[in-house]
Design a protein around this ligand. Structure first.
Ligand SMILES: Cc1cc2nc3c(=O)[nH]c(=O)nc-3n(C[C@H](O)[C@H](O)[C@H](O)COP(=O)(O)OP(=O)(O)OC[C@H]3O[C@@H](n4cnc5c(N)ncnc54)[C@H](O)[C@@H]3O)c2cc1C
Length: 386
């Protein structure tokens, strides 16, 4: 029996074709390989390349620069399909252009030709370096500096958790360029090619979930880049990042939706097969109510998430809606995974089970792109500002 959880009716019409492409791709390339990539912890280069060939990687970049110009609702529709199949591989596919979108919005023509086009054309991959070993949530408290020296900037400091920090051709780096009283105006963004002298990256220790995606510890040691690599204007980094995260958080909501759907599907299938006390476990009303709650919360989250996508596209209180979508969808993923585990009984803890993988992976989107406590701060503050 198919629950058809990621149904098309909620998805705007213009996003349905790419959603079908994503589902077909996920069924053929992601789901069948999920267990193996979790076990080996390898970087899924082959699947990334297949995703590029299928036109499903880095395609939010505009047609002018070689991409498909997919909008936020289309990327959300792709995200929920990919994450339903496997979150680790999905994160690698979606991280290939992470942060590059800011170059499209704020970069110079020369920067776009040199750095953005190769990403859109899938010749290069990139990453976004914001978080640090000692500071994660406080975006206006990061320590890495970029000091102007003649016609260059010199970067010093450390970044942590940087997706593709080892594999990327270049990364967008968030660094401190000022020390004014307004702590939100002290940061800037830079394009930093990873073969620049003074850029060193190594993988962080192995994770319990999303093992098919790789994060790095990056050290900048007198890393010199030309002044042309500054994105937008000096001091505007925080604002550019905050706006970018409004888009990113809607998509991370999609990560939660895919995981929540996977948990419900897996739990549903298990309890309808398993027999105890001479009947299917699904015949117990307590179990039926548990499944009903999983469905209810999933549908509520998904409706909110698509509504938020529209709001962010229309620039209608985007910070509030993005934070609500991210929080709700990622927490439904955690709750559904927890309930799904319980319904699997002892088998839940077998590491090769899909439900166990979903349970481990669901712990992650409640943290990345801003821990959900930070989202609640935004929701409270921006609710009052309407
Ligand atoms: C798999 C993965 C991939 C990632 N990829 C990237 C990437 O590509 N690029 C990048 O830059 N970063 C990335 N990150 C980092 C991620 O964005 C940070 O982990 C996140 O912002 C939280 O920062 P932190 O881990 O330092 O936690 P901290 O900021 O130290 O917070 C720890 C906990 O303290 C609590 N807390 C903190 N501040 C507050 C507050 N104001 N109010 C209430 N409670 C609070 C929360 O419970 C929070 O979870 C990634 C993280 C993971 C796990």
């Amino acid at each position: 029996m198919s629950l058809n959880l990621l149904s098309e009716d909620l998805v705007p019409e213009h996003a349905r074709d790419v959603k079908r492409e994503a589902r077909e791709f996920a069924e053929e390339h992601i789901a069948p390989n999920a267990e193996e990539y979790y076990r080996t912890g390898d970087y899924p280069w082959e699947i990334l390349e297949a995703g590029m060939d299928a036109g499903l990687v880095a395609q939010d970049i505009g047609e002018e620069y070689g991409g498909r110009g997919l909008d936020l609702e289309q990327i959300l529709a792709v995200a929920e399909e990919f994450y339903r199949a496997d979150a680790g591989i999905a994160l690698t596919l979606q991280l290939a252009s992470f942060g590059a979108e800011m170059l499209e919005q704020y970069g110079t023509d020369d920067q776009k030709e040199r750095y953005l086009r190769p990403v859109a054309e899938n010749d290069q991959i990139t990453g976004l370096a914001v978080s640090e070993p000692d500071v994660g949530s406080d975006l206006a408290g990061m320590h890495t500096t970029a000091e102007k020296d003649g016609d260059e900037y010199v970067l010093n400091g450390e970044k942590y958790w940087i997706g593709n920090g080892v594999e990327a051709d270049w990364v967008t780096v968030y660094a401190k360029t000022g020390d004014t009283d307004d702590r939100y105006m002290n940061y800037s963004l830079f394009v930093v090619p990873t073969d620049t002298d003074g850029y060193e990256a190594e993988h962080i220790p192995e994770k319990m979930g999303m093992r098919a995606s790789k994060q790095a510890h990056v050290v900048f040691d007198d890393c010199r880049i030309p002044e042309e690599n500054l994105i937008g204007s000096e001091g505007a980094g925080f604002m550019m990042l905050a706006d970018f995260f409004n888009h990113g958080r809607v998509v991370v909501g999609g990560h939660g939706l895919g995981l929540a759907a996977a948990a419900l599907e897996e739990a549903w299938a298990f309890v309808h097969e398993r027999e105890e006390f001479g009947r299917h476990v699904s015949d117990f009303q307590a179990v039926q109510h548990g499944l009903a709650d999983m469905r209810l919360e999933f549908e509520a989250a998904r409706a909110l998430n698509y509504r938020a996508a529209r709001k962010v596209e229309e620039y209608d209180n985007p910070g509030l809606w993005a934070a609500m979508a991210k929080t709700k969808s990622t927490e439904v993923a955690v709750d559904n995974a927890e309930q799904g585990m319980q319904f699997h009984g002892g088998r839940s803890i077998l590491t090769d089970r899909r439900i166990a993988r979903v349970y481990r992976d669901a712990r992650i989107p409640v943290i990345y792109e801003g821990a959900n406590e930070i989202q609640r701060n935004l929701i409270y503050r921006q609710s009052g500002e309407q």
